[in-house]
Design a protein around this ligand. Structure first.
Ligand code: HEM
Length: 499
């Protein structure tokens, strides 16, 4: 999910600006640091909204706003609506005027208006002048993601994804209690790495190091120091140096591949063959890890947690998978290990995409309830109006997805996970975003999650347990203030016991 501020840095890195293209490796990175410092210290302050049509102002100092935005985003945004008694309010975020939207009109304007630009927020959120975005350049990353998801490519990825599931889940032994914040995220990361680079995925130590660097880049920490909002805090430098190390890993992988003369069937090979430069390959690899792996890890974790504790849906989905496998394979007895991987791999992509309706309902409901994503855009002009209010050109515009997802007008008892919800035609669903910036990895993400669930539920009995390891028959509430992993509010584990 393009849902970490650092995804932005990644895409920024691959905008292929003249400066970056001309400078190589380390030199460009050092230049970036200076550029970044210059940008942070000289960041322009957007004009304040016109007084007469301004939305009500949230009375909170801007350093507190920035801090709460990183530490308690969901509560902060919700409390803001309450404190201003308004569905739209203004505040200051990253030294910019920021307008926070909610409600139907707010959502429609947010996703429809062409002037609201995602890429222009990158430099502001990151404090980096390296991210002066040209959306057409970012198109390179999006184009690459489209090519990974061509049906012939996706079909080829099925055995690869399943083998990675087998490899990672095989290390859990006969019984394992998994941490909901990390274990399935690791599997998702390795799936993504296997798609991106054969060599990195096959080097356990390297890929573990890469995961830890990506986690640093992706951590939701405030990049600005709290006491001096114009000063970059240590987190910014940590993230920056982690990105540099990732860059070097990718650079080495490119060099090794070219020198070896061995062709592999992965994204790295495709990009080398098409003459993409190191910066763009780095951007795509990191973009895939940040935009794809984390979101897939979070959603599949909650999906498995819900399925393991909801007897009706657990049965529906497990029966569906059994019937699905027996319809498409010749074997009449239950399969496991390599035979299972082989059988599942031979099922056509079109069947995976169209013949598991119960699993589709469960994925949709999990996208709704377990994705505390807040989208930010910059209004690149002209001024916009929502009701009586003006959103001035130059301001940031903030929209929390949970405003739609938890709206009782559309979803009765909104916090209840209920895949059987019958949605009326006009019910808004923004689990994959909407408009110009809707998710570009939806097909790959859905397929990966289906394969993980099919493999996991065929191989293991899965139950939710409390901190003492005792079975519980419910799923804890998600911590919506944690946009990174959306961890459960209570300590709990997911128990995988081999069948
Ligand atoms: C379950 C997993 C995923 C979820 C829930 C998810 C969700 C989203 C959402 C909500 C957005 C819109 C962001 C916004 O409006 O600000 C988005 C954008 C995006 N996603 Fe995903 N995503 C997932 C997986 C992936 C994967 C696997 C990839 C890569 C193959 C990917 C690539 C992207 C890209 C490139 C964008 C930005 C599109 C643009 O700016 O035009 N996502 N995603």
């Amino acid at each position: 999910m393009l849902q970490g501020t650092l995804t932005q840095l990644v895409l920024a890195s691959c905008n292929g600006s003249a400066t970056l293209r001309n400078l190589g490796g380390l030199a460009s990175v050092i230049l970036l640091i200076f550029a970044l410092l210059y940008r942070v210290l000289c960041i322009p302050v957007a004009p304040s909204p016109q007084k007469d049509h301004s939305p009500p102002r949230l009375q909170l100092p801007s350093w507190k706003v920035t801090r709460f935005f990183f530490e308690k985003r969901f509560d902060f945004i919700k409390d803001g609506f309450r404190a201003t008694s308004s569905s739209i309010y203004q505040t200051r975020l990253f030294q910019h005027a920021a307008i926070v939207l909610s409600g139907d009109e707010g959502r429609q304007v947010f996703f429809k208006e062409k002037g609201l630009c995602l890429y222009d927020t990158f430099s502001i959120m990151m404090g980096s002048s390296a991210a002066q975005f040209d959306p057409h350049q970012v198109g390179g990353v999006v184009k690459r993601m489209a090519s990974i998801q061509r049906p012939d490519n996706l079909q080829k990825l099925i055995p690869l994804i399943l083998s990675e599931c087998q490899r990672k889940m095989g290390t859990w032994g006969r019984e394992r209690i998994l941490d909901p914040c990390s274990s399935l995220h690791e599997v998702a990361f390795h799936l993504v790495m296997a798609i991106a680079s054969f060599d990195i995925a096959n080097d356990a130590a390297l890929s573990a190091r890469l995961k830890s660097l990506v986690d640093t880049v992706d951590s939701i920490t405030n990049p600005y120091s709290t006491w001096f909002p114009w000063l970059p805090g240590p987190a910014l430098f940590q993230k920056f140096f982690a990105s540099m190390q990732i860059y070097w890993i990718i650079q080495a992988a490119i060099r090794t591949r070219k020198r070896s003369g061995i062709k592999r069937d992965d994204m790295l090979q495709q990009m080398i063959d098409e003459g993409d430069g190191t910066i763009r390959i780095f951007g795509c690899m990191l973009g895939l890890s940040l935009a794809g792996a984390r979101a897939t890890g979070t959603i599949v974790t909650w999906l498995i947690m819900h399925l393991s504790s909801d007897p009706t849906w657990s049965l529906n989905v497990q029966e569906e998978i059994k019937t699905f496998i027996s319809t498409h394979t010749s074997s009449s007895s239950p399969l496991s290990g390599n035979a299972l991987i082989q059988a599942l791999s031979e099922i056509p992509l079109t069947a995976w995409e169209s013949q598991t309706p119960n699993l589709d309902f469960c994925i949709r409901e999990t996208l709704r309830t377990s994705q505390p994503y807040t989208a930010v855009r910059k209004n690149t002009g002209p001024d916009l109006t929502i009701g009586a209010y003006v959103i001035p050109s130059g301001s940031l515009v903030v929209y929390p997805f949970l405003d739609t997802a938890l709206d009782p007008k559309y979803y009765s008892e909104p916090t209840r996970w209920d895949p059987s919800r019958v949605l009326k035609k006009d019910t808004p669903f923004i689990g994959w975003g909407a408009g110009t910036h809707a998710c570009k990895g939806q097909r790959l993400a859905t397929l990966s999650m289906k394969l993980m669930v099919a493999y996991a539920f065929t191989q293991f009995d899965i139950t939710m347990v409390d901190r003492e390891g005792k079975k519980i028959n419910r799923v804890p509430v998600p911590e919506w203030n944690d946009p990174a992993t959306c961890r459960p509010k209570e300590e709990c584990g997911i128990k995988f016991a081999e069948k």
